[in-house]
Design a protein around this ligand. Structure first.
Ligand code: PEP
Ligand code: MG
Length: 556
């Protein structure tokens, strides 16, 4: 690919950075069971396993020495598994006795270990993932191919992939990846959300990205959605200078002095600490499922209490809105819903899981009540994916019975938006999940980059639904938050306020820009901008109408 080639996609997490490309290594195919190694070659084949296991244990030992905290404990557990004499001796025995290839023998032996661990259940079953990790490391070493997943590197790199699974994105924390570029994925996919929470510039929907050669330097501009191959030094310097984060002083207010809560979206204690350091006023969305993405079994109440306290402790005396588990669709949690559904976004996800396993919800509410008791944050709880008044009533009854006093729901379905007035008779507040609200209103899968133009909160149909909710909130005198990605769009913020939104929650990096945008407008400006967008018929017209009313404003 020629130097200076610019590939385009959808910028989903701001920031600019330049670094060499590394590709996500594909999953290892199952080694062929039909191969039989001739008797005279079996000794050499068996010793390949021994050598590979030693090499893997060595690599893990040196990586363990460099790591800290949780990463260190995980690496050390894998190192112990790689040095496990049983795994190696059983695999070499399979080569010697049955003539299996070295890779196949490791695969089968690991499979047998996985089965017995899974049968033990509980925390032991969670070690299945560790066994697979070690199996893949040893096989990759034997076959001299890259270990699948996020590459391990001591140097900063831009990760290029077709798309990322939740487990890949989880592996990015604390590593050397400095930006993400994927061929697929939509603006509100969890890859995009995690990139934003880790502060990694990211672009999705970049056709041809996987053809960029390994080690080519890529300049990623996550704001404008461009990726330039082997750029000139001067372009790198200019892009990085333009992408600096705007600091936030913690005082969200309109130009006429009306205070506006600017809150953070978090997925766990580490995020919450970052959000507090970025001066967020509180947490507008704690995505609790992010604490348990890799779990096979449901977390115990005690574990949940610890996870929730970690977030609450970062905001003493402040508002923290905790969302109950939003499992399913793009956030699969095997312990909540392991079904393969034809239309998972329309399936048993979010609050709907409680139809099948009410105990999962009740345990979570109990854990949250205990965490609330132990910390001083002002906890509010809300349910995702509510569509009916009965669902809201059942959730509110359960949450209040568990001892939680402020109870709300997310407005993510057109049904909930249309029923806002009735829902306000039941709950204390609502929070607009504009990512899903756009997905369901436009009937466009939020994971498909091809449909990114439909998954746009500026779509007039979405804005009109937000307006209905805002009006119902004003009539009821109750709070209407936005916690979808729209909450972090500086140009949209005045419009949302004009539509009746009373707080905005976003990735902490966006706080400064949104604060600067709202500080330039009055409540009256916001109402006029809202009135103008409600009269439009397309997303482009809505954007134009807002900027005509707020000339030169609202965009930081
Ligand atoms: C949303 O749908 O806007 C939302 C905030 O929830 P999530 O992105 O986690 O589905
Ligand atoms: Mg949602």
């Amino acid at each position: 690919m020629a130097s200076g080639t610019v590939l385009r996609g959808r910028g989903v997490s701001p920031g600019s950075v330049a670094a060499p490309v590394r590709h996500l290594a594909p999953a290892l195919p199952e080694p062929d069971a039909g191969v039989t190694v001739p008797v005279e070659e079996r000794e050499t084949e068996a010793s390949a396993i021994e050598w590979a296991a030693v090499a893997v244990a060595d690599q893990l030992r040196s990586r363990t020495a460099q790591a800290t905290g949780e990463a260190r404990a995980i690496l050390d557990a894998s190192r112990l598994l790689a040095s496990d004499p049983e795994l190696v001796s059983e695999a070499t025995a399979l080569v010697r006795a049955k003539g299996r290839s070295a890779a196949r023998a490791v695969w089968e032996t690991a499979g047998a270990h996985e089965k017995s661990l899974a049968a033990l259940g509980g925390r032991m079953a969670e070690r299945v993932a560790d066994i697979r990790d070690v199996r893949d490391r040893i096989i990759a070493e034997i076959l001299e191919v890259d270990m699948p997943g996020v590459p391990e590197s001591d140097e900063p790199f831009v990760l290029v992939a077709v798309d990322l699974a939740p487990a890949d994105t989880a592996a990015l924390e604390g590593g050397q990846c400095v930006a993400l570029v994927t061929e697929q994925g939509g603006p509100t996919s969890h890859t995009a959300i995690i990139a934003r929470s880790l502060g990694l510039p990211a672009i999705v929907g970049v056709a041809g990205a996987t053809a960029i050669p390994d080690e080519a330097v890529l300049l990623v501009d996550g704001e404008h959605g461009t990726a330039e191959v082997d750029p000139a030094e001067s372009s790198i310097a200019a892009a990085i200078a333009a992408a600096t984060v705007v600091p936030f002083d913690g005082e969200g207010a309109l130009g006429d002095g009306r205070p506006l809560a600017l809150l953070a979206n978090v997925g766990g204690a580490a995020d919450a600490v970052n959000a507090a350091a970025a001066h967020a006023d509180g947490v507008g969305l704690f995505r609790t499922e992010f604490c348990f993405l890799d779990r096979v079994d449901a977390p115990s109440v005690e574990e949940q209490v610890a996870a929730y306290r970690g977030v609450l402790a970062a905001f003493p005396g402040r508002k923290v809105v905790v969302r109950t588990l939003d499992a399913g669709s793009d956030k699969p949690l095997p312990f909540a819903n392991a079904d393969h559904e034809g239309n998972p976004a329309l399936g048993v996800r979010g609050l709907r899981i409680a139809r099948r396993t009410p105990a999962l919800l009740d345990d979570q509410l109990r854990a949250l009540a205990q965490a609330t008791e132990a910390e001083s944050a002002q906890v509010e709880v809300m349910a995702p994916m509510v569509a009916t008044v009965e669902e809201a009533r059942d959730f509110a009854d359960r949450a209040r019975a568990a001892g939680l006093s402020r109870v709300g729901i997310m407005i993510e379905t057109p049904s909930a938006a249309l029923l806002a007035a009735e829902l306000f008779e039941i709950v204390d507040f609502v929070s607009l999940g504009t990512n899903d609200l756009a997905q369901y209103t436009l009937a466009a899968d939020r994971l498909l980059s091809e449909l990114g133009d439909l998954n746009d909160p500026w779509q007039p149909a979405v804005l009109r639904l937000i307006g209905m909710v805002g009006e119902a909130g004003r009539a009821a005198g109750k709070a209407v938050g936005v916690c979808g990605e729209a909450g972090g769009d500086p140009a949209l913020a005045p419009v949302l306020i004009g539509l009746g939104v009373t707080s905005l929650s976003m990735t902490p990096r966006s706080l400064g820009r949104v604060a600067a945008a709202v500080a330039e407008v009055t409540e009256d400006d916001c109402r006029r901008a809202a009135h103008a967008v409600l009269a439009t018929g397309t997303a482009a017209e809505a954007r134009a109408a807002a900027s005509a009313v707020l000339p030169g404003r609202g965009r930081a």
